[in-house]
Design a protein around this ligand. Sequence first.
Ligand SMILES: Nc1ncnc2c1ncn2[C@@H]1O[C@H](COP(=O)(O)OP(=O)(O)OP(=O)(O)O)[C@@H](O)[C@H]1O
Ligand SMILES: [Mg+2]
Length: 363
Amino acid sequence: MASVSVDRVWKYYGSTAAVKELALEVADGEFVAVLGPSGCGKSSTLRMLAGLEHISAGEIRFGSKRVNDLPPRDRDIAMVFENYALYPHKTVFDNMANPLKLRGVERSVIEDRVKKAAAILEIGHLLERRPGELSGGQKQRTAIGRAIVREPALFLFDEPIAHLDAKLRAHMRGELKLMQRKLGTTMIYVTHDQMEALSMADRIAVMNDGVLQQVGTPQQIYNHPVNAWVAGFVGEPPINFLDGHLAEVGGRLHFTHGSFQLPLMPEQEEIVRSGYRGDKVRMGVRPDQVTITTEPRSGAFQGRILVTEPIGGDMLVDVSLGGDKVLVKTSPDFEGAMDQPCYLTLDRGRWHLFGNDDGVALF
Ligand SMILES: Nc1ncnc2c1ncn2[C@@H]1O[C@H](COP(=O)(O)OP(=O)(O)OP(=O)(O)O)[C@@H](O)[C@H]1O
Ligand SMILES: [Mg+2]
């Protein structure tokens, strides 16, 4: 088992910085997802942890041991990549056994570990097959099995299920999470898929353009994003942003938009008064934190329905609000129709304000 410290780590390729002063602590046995868009530096980070990529500056420690200059084979890690490269002529058993054979582990121990891993991954019945005779998900499980049998201190997974179809991916999410919990092995899991990160990880490290934006539990990341970028990246359908400004109305601060004024709650007002100097702000509210009705309600803002989209158990409604578009997620029973007026109320305390210049969250 291992805890991991990433201490102000930089990665340069030539003069381009791919990872900028990354600081991240991963506890022993924890499942941390590194989440961010393509090119943000996720794989570079993982490859530095694995020892496959030189660390330009900073320090990486496993436990209290500095590993910067330790070769990959001495790091007690197992990696799984999206391109899992099984040996086509070896059976599933031999593919999984291979890393142990290379280390000269005893045959009986190998058999025992492969069978245990195969049982966890439910591929015990496939051990004599070759990769050509497996489905994508079964191949993936074989590659993961090959990582498990090593009984490493640390798993490093880089988009291991990215190329599977949506249904299988959803299935594998649950299986991988369960596997990691059963084994208790520390996991650092790279993905650009927020659903994977939100559903599997104990904590998520969100990166953008080489810079760590926020580290927190899935709940913290979703409910308390530290800036507008994180708020916009995490959440599906995405959060709505409305630009406006702060104005005092009757002694109370309001978020003021072209079509409505929204009073801040006292605690929100205190945060803004003590910490914000501008008056332009960006408001953010998630589609499921807006209530929509076809009848007027006190305190509701009037908009106009642009289109309704039933999506199985939910309904998405595009609303025009003072020239902006707001997406609302509601129940499929919603009876509004195109071009009709509608009324929106925001869930108390469930909306956000961001600074206009830097996008930093005020609340
Ligand atoms: N060997 C390399 N030489 C030069 N630049 C590189 C190299 N590897 C990665 N980069 C650059 O570093 C940045 C980060 O790349 P990285 O592979 O870490 O991103 P990523 O977050 O894993 O992206 P993806 O989701 O597409 O896999 C990118 O701009 C990429 O072009
Ligand atoms: Mg990558």
